[in-house]
Design a binder for this molecule. Structure first.
Ligand SMILES: [Fe+2]
Length: 259
């Protein structure tokens, strides 16, 4: 019974989400759920931020007290994304990054694509070592209502073996039925409702390779994954977590704080 109620809730939110996307301006972001901008962040700043992260991982005493580290290996008991570490509230470790965020350039760029106001919840630096065994398969970060992420590569991601962000374009709007089908399967099998790997559309995935400084804006209701062919080179990427302003105010952001 409880599951039935949840399934009805998920289905209703899918219907509301149809209307949400009507209002998004025409363009790639509306159609694909992803848009990119080349050379968004200065390459020297990318190098500087990578160095700051390296120093923190080398010696944790370099970490700002307002910032925290999450290691996926500990959190998932060695099962999923075991080569991923993240420094949340990373801007507390770099004045220049804080200034970049305060300039609002990124948020304004994203809001222009989306046609809705956003709230920045957090900026993290993610460090992904090569991993071809434990990457989480297709998933959403959440099911509707959508949340959004902006990714800025701090290292070149030239090929599939460097672990590009990978999505099935258009699934934010076109895969509602499959999303619900996955949710039902997950509820029955006591799995996270965001796993989307049991029923996947027959559309080829798209890998977003790019150079350091390139920006990718994405809606996280898309079916997506870190590329499982990531066999070479550690990827450093800034990830900005955005939520819709109209659904706020939001509680304090504490993802990954407990580990
Ligand atoms: Fe994700």
């Amino acid at each position: 019974m409880n599951n039935l109620k949840r399934i009805i809730g998920f289905s209703l939110r899918e219907i509301i989400d149809i209307f949400f996307w009507f209002k998004v301006p025409q363009g790639n972001f509306k159609k694909d759920g992803v848009a990119t901008v080349k050379n968004f962040l200065d390459k020297e700043l990318c190098d500087e931020l990578k160095n700051i992260a390296d120093k923190i991982f080398e010696d944790k005493s370099n970490l700002s007290p307002d910032s925290w580290i999450n290691e996926r290996e500990k959190e998932t008991e060695g099962k999923i994304d075991t080569k991923v570490k993240a420094i949340f509230s990373f801007e507390k470790n770099s004045e220049v990054l804080e200034q970049f965020i305060n300039s609002n350039l990124l948020q304004e760029t994203f809001e222009k694509e989306l046609g809705y106001e956003l709230v920045l919840r957090n900026c993290c630096l993610q460090y992904d070592e090569p991993d071809t065994f434990t990457k989480r398969s297709f998933h959403t970060d959440n099911n509707p209502p959508p949340s959004f992420k902006a990714f800025i590569y701090l290292t070149d991601v030239d090929d599939l073996i460097n672990g590009p962000f990978t999505v099935i374009k258009g699934t934010h709007k076109k895969a509602r039925y499959l999303r619900i089908k996955n949710v039902i399967y997950n509820l029955r099998n006591n799995l996270p409702t965001t796993n989307m790997d049991n029923f996947v559309p027959e559309i080829e995935e798209t890998a977003f390779c790019g150079k350091k400084g390139d920006l990718i804006m994405s809606t996280q209701t898309l079916f997506h994954r870190g590329n499982p062919q990531h066999a070479e080179k550690t990827r450093y990427v800034l990830i900005f977590y955005f939520s819709l302003k109209k659904h706020g105010p939001y509680p304090e952001f504490n993802l990954g704080k407990t580990s």
